[in-house]
Ligand binder design. Sequence first.
Ligand code: ZN
Ligand code: ZN
Length: 187
Amino acid sequence: MKSITKLDLQYAHRFYGFKGEAQYLHGHTGILTIEVEDTVNTGVNMVFPCNEIQKTAWDILKNFDHALVLRDDDPLLPAILKVYEETGIKDGTPQNQMKGEAFKTELATAYPDCRLVVTKETMTVEGMIKIVYDLLKDKLNIAKLTFTSGVNEASAEFVTKNNIDRCPLCGIRMSDNGVCKKCGYKH
Ligand SMILES: [Zn+2]
Ligand SMILES: [Zn+2]
């Protein structure tokens, strides 16, 4: 069975080199739907608590929220970093608090201090699904991802392969030492 959750991300981007309006900088509210598949955990009668899926995803994906997403060869990138530098916000401000942990994968690098994500490929809805899967595939049993942004939507299905040990009392992933960090249950 599947547990399904949604979260939204507000971001700015553009399609560098694209022949259309999207070559101009613009913004979206993107909606990501994450479908996690596993057996029903008989202790709690759920696949996985949806708020825990959200939390796991949000810890990483908040790097995309109120962020600028640019491709690594986009000339806007050095121009914007120059302005951020000159105005003293490139390395963060006390008001920039909703920071995720920085990440670097083959497809994307997050710079939380200046709310920037630099991507290898254009961040279309398809591109976002590739990035998100890569970031979350080892943490969640992702069966399907759907990303919607304006009139654009893409989805992809995946074969789940993580054998996630779940707490029979609260349903979250057990820590590696066999203790549930939420409710303290031990195997
Ligand atoms: Zn767009
Ligand atoms: Zn527990």
